[in-house]
Write a protein that binds this ligand. Structure first.
Ligand SMILES: *[C@@H]1O[C@H](CO)[C@@H](O)[C@H](O)[C@H]1NC(C)=O
Length: 198
């Protein structure tokens, strides 16, 4: 699993991967949701240090709660050290236009100034990394050494997630930009559609 995949799990996909319960403050409802047409691409500038090489997620649609199979690989040419920032831009298609969703309760188009701290809060240092990271000897804390990372095909249980009420049915695009004090390190675009049943 690449660190990019960890960020994806934590921020872009809103806690789909780690089996922690993701709860938000107000008016969130547990819904049976399906995620259709997941796709991704790198959007980094030439010379960006971190790149996703493969990212496969199945089935299509993905059910929440439910099970998915995920596989990922990526590379970074520099060591990724604290502080690492992630800037997320979340857009929803409204009448054919892509409209930016603001940052609400840490979900949406948010700036996370130091995801190393967030990782340390989610997974106390000294504790084993959550499965299946632990099995594959993949790290879950900063720093992440330069090199190639591979997360072999694994079954992941998606718990019931309280989706914020503003995440309505429709087409979404998420862009995540990873950076440090020197600037951009990598960029990932993800697209999907959400269909919830109330
Ligand atoms: C992320 O957003 C902040 C605040 O808008 C900005 O200062 C920073 O340069 C951005 N980082 C990257 C890597 O684009």
């Amino acid at each position: 699993m690449t660190r990019t995949f960890v960020f994806l799990a934590l921020f872009a996909a809103n806690c789909f991967i780690l089996e922690t319960s993701c709860s938000f403050q107000s008016r969130n409802i547990i819904r049976f949701t399906r995620v259709f047409g997941f796709s991704w691409e790198n959007c980094g500038k030439q010379g960006d240090a971190a790149q996703m090489k493969t990212l496969k997620v199945s089935p299509d649609p993905i059910a929440i709660p439910g099970h998915l199979t995920a596989e990922a690989s990526g590379t970074t040419s520099v060591e990724l050290t604290s502080p690492l920032s992630v800037n997320v831009t979340l857009k929803r298609e409204v009448a054919g236009l892509w409209v930016k969703i603001p940052c609400i309760e840490e979900i949406g188009s948010c700036h996370y100034p130091n995801i190393c701290d967030l990782l340390d809060q989610l997974i106390p240092p000294g504790q084993d990394c959550p499965e299946p990271l632990h099995t594959y000897g993949l790290p879950c804390h900063c720093p992440f050494k330069a090199g190639d990372y591979a997360f072999p095909s694994s079954d992941i249980t998606i718990p019931e997630i309280e989706l914020p009420s503003f995440l309505t049915n429709g087409n979404y695009k998420v862009q995540g930009v990873l950076g440090n004090s020197d600037g951009e390190l990598g960029c990932l675009d993800i697209s999907f559609s959400l269909h919830s049943q109330n």
